[in-house]
Design a protein around this ligand. Structure first.
Ligand SMILES: [Zn+2]
Ligand SMILES: [Zn+2]
Length: 381
């Protein structure tokens, strides 16, 4: 197929083909129609079934007028792009999906869909979180990667993009389950009453100081957990999934085994809970986690000078993903390089980038299913 190159992975079945979206071939309008149509349909379903499909913490901050206007514009754009695709390119499959889902969204009431009050405190699927995070991340990071690419030749839909999109969907749809487990492990395991004097001191600090402290203790904890993943045979199988991305961009950071997400977030939350930071400090830390996890993997080629020694940047974290044995087991920190400097694992050659990415010496499956099973099916190194 023109513009599409497929390859396969012997250990994990067929991997997702690379797809180049060029003007004039119909793929761009087809995919845009599909994304907007499906997002509009998802948005309408969120209004129709808020208790089942929307995230409790986000419901309070929504402006329904803006969201309904977004759904209206999304349906309109999906239909216009889809019809243009039929007229000028004979109708690609994606355009059918785009127009079809826009039509289904309209049948449900489109921007005028009726909504009921959501039950508070119920576990739900974060369809709203998935759609908004995907659209906002794509709108912010795709232009940044196109303007300042590390690899200008890397397409938006690069090798194994579908696997990483599936991870992105899973971790966002299951967000209320992930939070339920990870935020409750520490309070279940530890009685923090004896730490109240320390917690009072922490709480009396200005918000920015608390935020920096939270980032530091979280990254210090995650650093040693991360080194443990690299050093233990079984846990390496779990973490190798994250390292198996053959190409790095804003979506690649989503590739993380669900079990690793549960373990890492639970463990990292323990010191945060014990030290008793304010809700705003924790919210600011969580926002940094989301932003830096996406940015650190981005196909972003600008060296950030002295800032790279203060905060983990794409070039810094790309070296952690390098398939060069000389760079293995370096740059473990996810927020603050100073933690790698403290423990002798800092590596930051400012003028160079890795030649390639991936796991050294083993073949991790390319599909989501193969990767979720990988820690249980792989032979110990
Ligand atoms: Zn790692
Ligand atoms: Zn990474």
């Amino acid at each position: 197929m023109d513009g599409v190159s497929a390859s396969s992975d012997s250990a994990g079945g067929r991997e997702t083909a690379e797809i180049r979206l060029r003007f004039g071939e119909g793929r761009l309008s087809g995919y845009a129609s599909m994304v907007l149509g499906l997002s509009s349909l998802g948005g309408v379903l969120c209004f129709a079934y808020p208790s089942l499909l929307t995230t409790g913490d986000l419901r309070d901050v929504y402006d329904p007028t803006i969201l309904r206007t977004g759904i209206y514009l999304g349906i309109l754009a999906a239909v216009i792009l889809g019809v243009a695709n039929f007229l000028f390119h004979g109708g690609r499959r994606q355009a059918f999906v785009g127009v079809g889902s826009a039509f289904a969204a309209t049948l449900f009431g489109g921007p005028y869909v009726e909504t009921s009050g959501a039950e508070a405190g119920r576990l739900s699927f974060g369809l709203d979180y998935f759609i908004l995070a995907l659209l906002v991340s794509a709108l912010v990071f795709i232009p940044i990667e196109k303007l300042f690419p590390r690899d200008p030749d890397q397409p938006i839909l690069r090798r194994q993009w579908r696997t990483d999109l599936e991870y992105f969907a899973l971790s966002h749809l299951l967000v209320s389950y992930i939070l339920l487990v990870t935020l409750n492990l520490a309070p279940t395991l530890f009685d923090a009453a004896w730490l109240e004097p320390i917690q009072a001191t922490v709480l009396s600090q200005p918000l920015f100081v608390q935020f920096v402290m939270a980032v530091f203790v979280a990254d210090l904890t995650q650093y040693w957990l991360h080194r443990f993943y690299h050093g233990n045979a079984w846990f390496w199988g779990l973490h190798a999934v994250h390292h198996s991305a053959p190409v790095l961009d804003w979506l690649a950071g989503s590739r993380q085994h669900l079990l690793e997400i549960f373990i890492t977030r639970s463990v990292v939350f323990c010191p945060i809970f014990l030290l008793g930071f304010s809700d705003q400090a924790i919210a600011s830390y969580v926002a940094l986690v989301g932003l830096q996890a996406v940015f650190a993997h981005a196909n972003f080629g600008i060296g950030l000078g002295p800032l790279s020694y203060v905060l983990v940047t794409p070039q810094y974290h790309h070296w952690h993903h390098s398939n060069d044995p000389a760079a293995a087991d370096t740059n473990f920190a996810v927020h603050l390089p100073v933690i790698d400097m403290m423990f002798g694992t800092f590596r930051f050659p400012s003028a160079r980038w890795p030649d390639g990415y991936g796991v050294i010496g083993e073949s991790v499956p390319a599909t989501l299913r193969g990767q979720l099973l990988y820690p249980f099916t792989r032979k110990a190194r």
